[in-house]
Ligand binder design. Sequence first.
Ligand SMILES: Nc1ncnc2c1ncn2[C@@H]1O[C@H](COP(=O)(O)OP(=O)(O)OP(=O)(O)O)[C@@H](O)[C@H]1O
Ligand SMILES: Nc1nc2c(ncn2[C@@H]2O[C@H](COP(=O)(O)O)[C@@H](O)[C@H]2O)c(=O)[nH]1
Length: 201
Amino acid sequence: MHAMAGPRPVVLSGPSGAGKSTLLKKLLKDYGNVFGFSVSHTTRQPRTGEANGKEYHFVTREHMQKEIDAGEFIEHAEFSGNMYGTSKAAVQAVQAQNQICILDIDLQGVKNIKKTDLKPIYISVQAPSIEVLEKRLRDRQTESEESLQKRLNTARVDMELSKEPGLFDLVIINNDLEKAYSELKEVLAEEIQKVQESKKS
Ligand SMILES: Nc1ncnc2c1ncn2[C@@H]1O[C@H](COP(=O)(O)OP(=O)(O)OP(=O)(O)O)[C@@H](O)[C@H]1O
Ligand SMILES: Nc1nc2c(ncn2[C@@H]2O[C@H](COP(=O)(O)O)[C@@H](O)[C@H]2O)c(=O)[nH]1
């Protein structure tokens, strides 16, 4: 058993543009009280439509470094020129609701979470190819050309490293969205059921 009480958290990882947030938003929409999102901190600028405290806690590097130094983070990483991290408070807020905590983190985050006692289910979300990934990122229109190239370079490395046996419990190739979503729901079915049962009583 893992140290923290309640259902097992879920880690979604995989290259930028593979579809992690699309999939997790579907889960949160369909199972509102079963899942809770771990709101990370980041030093990147908010995108149009992103709200502070919802998608991320948008902070300065100085602010974040101070909190990291104070031991308030479970993990943190530098990704594509910005800092990202999961605070202890973010995970605890979800676990206090007896919900399945979903973490959307990069590969460095996965490696660092493996050193903790969180014991989540590790899921990698991959695009069918680097070409498809590039098209998705371009169509999303959130990145500058420089940021896009950085993310694609990181994605190439990520796609290779994610093949390491045992690193992930499941690799989902997100080609058809509904099919990918079904695979995600299937691997989480047992945990979802447990939470639903516990909420009945
Ligand atoms: N199966 C799919 N088919 C076509 N387009 C998709 C599919 N899944 C996601 N998309 C689109 O691809 C883009 C990238 O998806 P999304 O933002 O969910 O990726 P992400 O993995 O969360 O990226 P990041 O790590 O940068 O936050 C979005 O515009 C989304 O609508
Ligand atoms: N290690 C961590 N990685 C994180 C965290 N929050 C998000 N991420 C990852 O960063 C990239 C880019 O995200 P974007 O929102 O700028 O597109 C993506 O791979 C996320 O999974 C975190 O707390 N820790």
